[in-house]
Ligand binder design. Sequence first.
Ligand code: SAH
Length: 392
Amino acid sequence: MIKIFLKQQKSLLRKHPWIFSGAIKSIDGKPILGESCHVYSADNKLLAIGAYSPKSQIAIRVWTFEDREINKDFFSQRINAAWALRKSIGIDKVSNSFRLINAENDYLPGVVIDKYDDYLVCQFLSAGAEYQKLKILEALLDLNLTENIFERSDTDSRLKEGLKKVKGCLRGNPPPNFVSISENNILLRADIVNGHKTGYYLDQRDNREIIKKYSKGNRVLNCFSYTGGFGIAAASAGASEVINLDSSESALQIAKSSATLNKIPESIFVCQKADVFEKLRFLREKGESFDLIVLDPPKFAESAFQVKKAAKGYKDINRLAFHLLNQGGFLFTFSCSGHIKQDLFEKIVADAALDAGSSAKIISYLNQASDHPVALNFPEGKYLKGLICYKQ
Ligand code: SAH
């Protein structure tokens, strides 16, 4: 195996799985894209085995800190351990759809695998993950969860790794137009071929369950609704009206058909194509008000450079939401930008309330669902944060 020597190894000793290109002293040989290499300290001690990615700033992603072969058995062990975690938290009892492998957080850098009903949807996001694809697939099939495997490696992050975007059927049957997520007594339609991420926001599952407790008899505004997940949950729990806002017409069409699937009357489930920033202003001018507002925008900060601009965006929508919220109402507000940390997010929401002249308090902290674990050696794994605020 090719040897890579480091000049800087502090994070590796804390078992962080990323080695940046600047930490490399020398490479003994010419590894190809994604090939596994032995990683040595400056004083010649074997520290890890990782996949080499010459194009990326993250030059090596560690497969293991032990001296072992990266073969099908290795992937089977990792996948079995991840599946054991999901079973022990009972996720397969709550939903037919969940995240089976959460990349670095399940010690498989760059590998995301979600189960949707009878399909597994994979993303191979790093050079190493791509290089090991066949072994990962073999190990996955051994689990006997399903024979249908679809690939959604059509993300921009692949380009940074020197990989092309790809999507298509890897094994078994091509997916239908929609798969049906059956979760906590509601049904949600997901398009695993063209939908966001691998097809759905599985990471919001626990929060969809929580919102039900706040919905009965309430008028709900679901901003950035995508295919309506929060809206369906709220309506199924007795909301008097749900207005879903999103800029994507196709997502709203799926939201409508999901509502029908759950026998939610059209009269109380409104889907409007709109720019949320403009629509919130418009609703305010019209004097509208709501008992429950959800703000679940897309990632405003893609990089650390965008934090300032993103903060402005978050503040703007939160301020408008506080204006539109009735006294005694609840705001479910989220940020999925990993670069916006918890403290900053709370400060943004606090400033927004202040500017709106609202006195509000946080009554709950929300997170990504537990099938999206955060490895303690990989704090970057935490990205989704949310607050339930009560307007007094
Ligand atoms: N809340 C959703 C996920 C939201 S993802 C769920 O739980 O499933 C973010 C959504 O915001 C996407 O559907 C995208 O189409 C939409 N979006 C992005 N910018 C927007 C804007 N300015 N106005 C309205 N919708 C927007």
